[in-house]
Design a binder for this molecule. Sequence first.
Ligand code: LLP
Length: 447
Amino acid sequence: MTLLNENERAARSSALHHDSVSYENGQLFIEEMSVGKIADAIPTPFYCYSAFTITNAYRLLADKLGASRTLICFAVKANSNVSVLRLLSGLGCGMDIVSGGELERAFAAGAPPSKIVFSGVGKTRAEISRALEVGIHQINVESPAELDVIRDIARSLGRRAPIAFRVNPDVDAKTHAKISTGKKGDKFGIPLEEIPELYARAEASAELDVVGLAVHIGSQLLDLSPYRVAYERLADLVKALRSCGHLVRRLDLGGGLGISYDFGAGPDVGAYAKIIEEAFNDIDCELTVEPGRWLVGPAGLLVTEVLYVKNTGNMATVIVDAAMNDLMRPSLYSAIHPVLPLQDINGGDSSTYQLVGPVCETSDVFGNYEGLPKLRAGARLAFGCAGAYGASMASTYNSRDLIAEVLVDGARFRVIRRRQTIEDLLTLEVERPWQASNTYADAATAL
Ligand code: LLP
């Protein structure tokens, strides 16, 4: 990837709807906060999010979609930090969850059950019970077998379960194979042709309140045409169901709106809203959308420091202190995140640098980058567009602790998740009585 110079970047960023990362006097800023100053206070690596960028993104989307008809439910999996959820919830945003853990996070952030949608292909009985007990807005059903379980649980709780059927519309989302969800054969949803019979069966159950349909065809969609195809199929299905006398009150249109990972403008949210409007203008229904990446992706940086530079053949290899366990996207999807030096890039050298992390896996590579300044140990860098599917996908592989997350708001910042310690990790691990000793310290002495 080639970095843009400052003028190009300024021109591009003015085209972006919610960019708050800039250079001032050669220093990288997020909002009015110098990233270097944060890095002086917090050990790298850490995630850093802009509250302003998230707020702007939400407001823009709500504005384009016409908030009165459309409920925006943030896909919690994209960034599940409670402070980020609270920020969005405070703006009126609902939550799209896929596990009991995400439900509790949504509650911890103050989201009301009336704005929470439960998606997910494998909900457990315990998760379904909890969702019904708290009076969740809607459960999106992914299979006939799951429908039976939901009905049984609703009956035993003496409650009606508000359900929508997740349709698999057999549409190619034209995205990375690992994040495409709406093609025949994908594990998600129910084939379109099976819906009418299932809908009728569910409507006949007193325990089920069949509210409508849901669809989600994939993530990181840059070409919007697959939405049009999927939504037209959904609209036709609604008409077919209604003509058979079924009630369809709500449509959940999923998430998936992509962002540019290359300083470009990305898909036009107005065009996305127009596709929705055109597909459903003659259908009287409440609408829900479930964006994740688009709301938070551009708002985040992963700040890291160079540990070593070494020559591995034809390229200088730069080992940074962030790794695949912190940001999994490059090794999992070959994703490339832009890199921004914390100090200005004037005088960038002509080297191509391979940026890698310390984890013991050959796939722990962030990518090859040109146009960076000369890199030495101690240089600090930020991976951009890291607000979505960064911290939320992190692991402790290689016994690396989960890193801190920071929220910036104007000229102030706050740690919104402290960094884990090795003690945090070790306290979960209980040695068995039949082992020689039952504390870590004793075991060390016994050796
Ligand atoms: N709704 C459902 C049912 C989903 O499965 C997803 C994402 C979303 C909404 C939100 O999609 P978004 O607007 O964020 O594209 N880890 C991958 C992305 C996985 C997306 C999974 N489902 C990545 O880093 O690219």
